[in-house]
Design a protein around this ligand. Structure first.
Ligand code: CUA
Length: 521
């Protein structure tokens, strides 16, 4: 019954559509209906077919050229197992789809030509309705095809969604954060933070936590891994392995505002040795500029105009914790107050070692950097720096700096590289004990004095004597260590709970600091 009603309904809809299309009354009997003059006009192609096809060929070739595996963002020339399995799956499904396409389109074209209207007196052929064998065949066949496609697809999704497989070796953790319009990369295990150029070791799995600090972005390294969205307040995860040393292109793949297409990055796949060297370099300070040099003038210009948002010295112990805490504080304020002025800026530590500028948009050199500093939106439309930094508060938005000042700042930034002297000194002192007093002077003395005088935080003279009786069950050592690693756990009366978490200093520095603090009398 239901079948009969459905077929009546479909017949009605078809007649109705025909009547609307050809402005004729719905036909009662569909058998042997002569063509109406209007139908005839539609069926006769009004444009010449051959020139259209000849025009289509070069367009198709131009489009297909984008598929060449050599292209920097081609997903066909893969450089990692995750991208490889995705590309293999694509090719597998492509051939199935191609066969289906050829068969179905072939049948349509064959029938259209074989049964075309040959003269005005031709009648519509006998209209059949319903052929059980055919209908069952073309229902079951697609089901089988979809099952064949579904199995490897689901296996692939599971493999890539469930984190790095256990047998892939030591995992490198990276937190990648999308900002309008650049990428931030944090290495929590190595306490390194950088931007727009991601270093990873070859043949080692990298596990990403993907975040966003404004709108939805998407993290995509076409040749090494697929894309996963970076969504505010909703951490996503992905992993990848780069199995070829080299530089690979990354790109935001989710429309995120005016500079979306200019939100790029590079993945630099290093040998394990080069990667360790890079990590060590990120903990090695840059050389102090020579007095009177362009670098010194540029440093002054940078400190005056840029350092409110950009950091250039995240090399010391504790700087990672400071950076990530500051980042989180900005984001919390942004969420609470929706304050558009809460903008994070790329960390520029050892900027001189990078190869690109403006989120992977330009090769980095003195000239491109000067152009960028003078008028960022000339290189990258919509750059937020230009809207927020006071130095760009001019009629035409270019920097309030002379060409010489711009040149000095560019020279200074390009000079930021791990200093060979400092690297040698660090290597020499690697085995020696960390000096607690130095750790205190570098990281704590801004808020705490070594005497009884209170600053932003309590004066720390005698802290070793009182620490043991602060919290039941905690020895003096344990209490001081807790104060560093979990400052909110116990806050001394009369002080605000604003101390950042200093776990990032690392075990060695924390031990040294605890030992030093107990000596303060
Ligand atoms: Cu970020 Cu598109």
């Amino acid at each position: 019954m239901a079948g009969v009603r459905l077929s009546k309904l479909l017949t009605f809809i078809r007649r109705y559509l025909l009547s609307v299309l050809f402005k004729q009354k719905p036909v009662k009997n569909t058998q042997h209906v002569p063509y109406s003059p209007q139908m005839h006009r539609v069926l006769k192609l009004s444009f010449p077919l051959r020139p259209a096809i000849f025009l289509l060929v070069p367009v198709a070739i131009a489009l297909l050229a984008a598929c060449t595996p050599d292209n920097n963002q081609s997903t066909f020339g893969t450089a990692g197992p995750v991208a490889k399995s995705q590309a293999d799956l694509f090719v597998f499904i492509f051939w199935i789809a191609a066969i289906v396409f050829v068969l179905v389109e072939g049948a349509i074209i064959y029938i259209a030509i074989r049964y075309r209207q040959r003269s005005d007196s031709d009648k519509l052929p006998h209209q059949t309705h319903g052929n059980n064998k055919l209908e069952i065949t073309w229902t079951i066949l697609p089901v089988f095809i979809l099952i064949i496609i579904a199995v490897p697809t689901l296996v692939g999704i599971w493999e890539q969604q469930n984190g790095v497989p256990d047998d892939q070796g030591e995992v490198l953790s990276v937190v990648a954060t999308g900002h309008q319009w650049w990428f931030e990369f944090q290495y929590p295990d190595h306490e390194v933070v950088t931007a727009n150029e991601l270093h990873i070791p070859v043949n080692r799995p990298v596990a990403f936590k993907l975040e966003s600090q404004d709108v939805i972005h998407s993290f995509w390294v076409p040749k090494i891994a697929g894309k996963v969205d970076m969504i505010p307040l909703n951490d996503n995860y992905m992993w990848m392995i780069g199995d070829e040393v080299g530089t690979f292109y990354g790109q935001c793949a989710e429309f995120c505002g005016i500079a979306h297409a200019h939100m790029r990055f590079r993945v630099i796949v290093d040998t394990e040795e080069d990667f360790q060297k890079w990590i060590a370099g990120m903990h090695t300070p840059a050389a102090n500029p020579v007095a009177g040099s362009a670098e010194v003038r540029g440093q002054t210009g940078f400190l005056t105009n840029c350092s409110m948002c950009h950091t250039t010295n995240s090399t010391t112990p504790g700087s990672y914790a400071r950076e990530t805490d500051a980042q989180k504080a900005r984001w919390d304020t942004w969420i609470e107050e929706e304050d558009p002025k809460q903008v994070s800026a790329p960390n520029l530590t050892h900027f001189g070692t990078r190869t690109t500028l403006a989120a992977g948009l330009q090769d980095l050199n003195q000239q491109s950097l000067e152009e960028w500093i003078d008028d960022p939106s000339a290189l990258k439309i919509g750059t937020r720096m230009q809207k927020h930094a006071a130095v760009y508060d001019t009629a035409d938005g270019t920097a309030k700096l002379t060409p010489a000042e711009v040149s000095d700042i560019a020279t200074y930034l390009l000079s930021l590289k791990p200093s060979a002297d400092a690297a040698a000194a660090a290597a020499a002192s690697a085995g020696s004990d960390v000096d607690g007093e130095t750790v205190f002077a570098t990281n704590c003395s801004g808020c705490h004095s070594a005497t009884a005088d209170a600053g932003t935080g309590p004066g720390l003279a005698g802290v070793g004597d009182r620490a043991g009786s602060r919290v039941d069950g905690l020895s003096a050592d344990e209490y001081i260590e807790q104060s560093l690693r979990d400052p909110g756990a116990y806050v001394v009366d009369g002080f605000s709970p604003i101390m950042p978490n200093w776990s990032g200093l690392g075990d060695e520095s924390i031990d040294a600091l605890v030992t030093y603090l107990k000596t303060l009398k």
